[in-house]
Design a protein around this ligand. Structure first.
Ligand code: ADP
Ligand code: MG
Length: 256
């Protein structure tokens, strides 16, 4: 049975999609069977994995609304060695359309239950909001990976996310826990980055992943080629860091 993780942070531009796509590719390089679920109507993870979001026969939208089977919607021809349940702008309508459905927080969970024997990892790229879509991700997951930049405002907003996770844990999904905080876009030359990073370790202890993802231009360039950075330039520092993060996750799930 797959271990299912949300990559979540309600802030935009903090590296959620980059983390979801490159962790998926890193795990695939480590011979793990991976499904990447794009839960953001922007479809960035879909495109970043090399799948054209405007040519989808079915997407996560149809799966959530019960209009398509998850196996039909999953794409296996992306560029990272993993499968993708893709998304596009249609997904923005799902928030409203799901209101009328039974069990609306658990639509993704129920769909994933039918395929989870086929994967070791399912990674869910969440949108930048604590919305019904994110709630579907949190209800389906065993754990949350929270990417954050080591800057002055990094901790602001973290308490909202932590409170949401606590509520979901209490009411909807007792499996859910915070797996860890991932330091991303790290610039070791900045004293502030070093300070915030040290504060995070002090405060959150082993909830902070050992792997640190550096700021690396190859990671930012890769999506325009429809490739994860890990596949686009495997020897780059960013790719190496995400492969190391994949290895750290493989270790972590052994004790879960
Ligand atoms: P989110 O999904 O949280 O909105 P993204 O993963 O899309 O964030 O990242 C926001 C921007 O930062 C993108 O342009 C992305 O290419 C860039 N980026 C993310 N991580 C890195 C990194 N480690 N080094 C350089 N650029 C990065
Ligand atoms: Mg994103």
């Amino acid at each position: 049975m797959a271990k299912i993780f949300c990559v979540a942070n309600q802030k935009g531009g903090v590296g959620k999609t980059t983390t979801a796509v490159n962790l998926a590719a890193g795990l695939a390089q480590l011979d793990q069977r991976v499904l990447l679920v794009d839960l953001d109507p922007q479809g960035n993870a879909t495109m970043g994995a090399g799948i054209n979001k405007s040519e989808l026969e079915a997407s996560v939208y149809e799966v959530l609304l019960g209009l398509a089977d998850i196996k039909t919607a999953c794409k296996t021809d992306g560029n990272g060695g993993f499968h993708v349940l893709p998304a596009n702008r249609e997904l923005a309508g799902a928030e409203v359309e799901m209101v009328e459905l039974d069990n609306r927080e658990k639509r993704l969970k129920d769909a994933l239950a039918t395929v989870d024997a086929e994967y070791d990892f399912v990674l869910i790229d969440c949108p930048p909001a604590l919305s019904m879509l994110t709630l579907n991700g949190l209800c389906a997951a065993h754990g949350v990976i929270i990417p954050m930049q080591c800057e002055y405002y990094a901790l602001e907003g973290l308490s909202d996310l932590v409170n949401t996770i606590k509520k979901v844990h209490a009411k909807l999904n007792t499996d859910l826990k915070i797996i860890g905080l991932l330091r991303v876009m790290f610039d070791p030359r900045m004293t502030l980055s070093q300070q915030v990073s040290a504060q995070l370790e002090q405060h959150f202890g082993d909830k902070v992943f050992k792997t640190i993802i550096p700021r690396n231009v190859r990671l930012a360039e890769a999506p325009s080629y429809g490739m994860p950075g890990v596949s686009f330039d495997p020897s780059s520092k960013g790719a190496q860091a995400y492969i190391a993060f994949g290895a750290e996750m493989v270790q972590r799930i052994k004790s879960m």
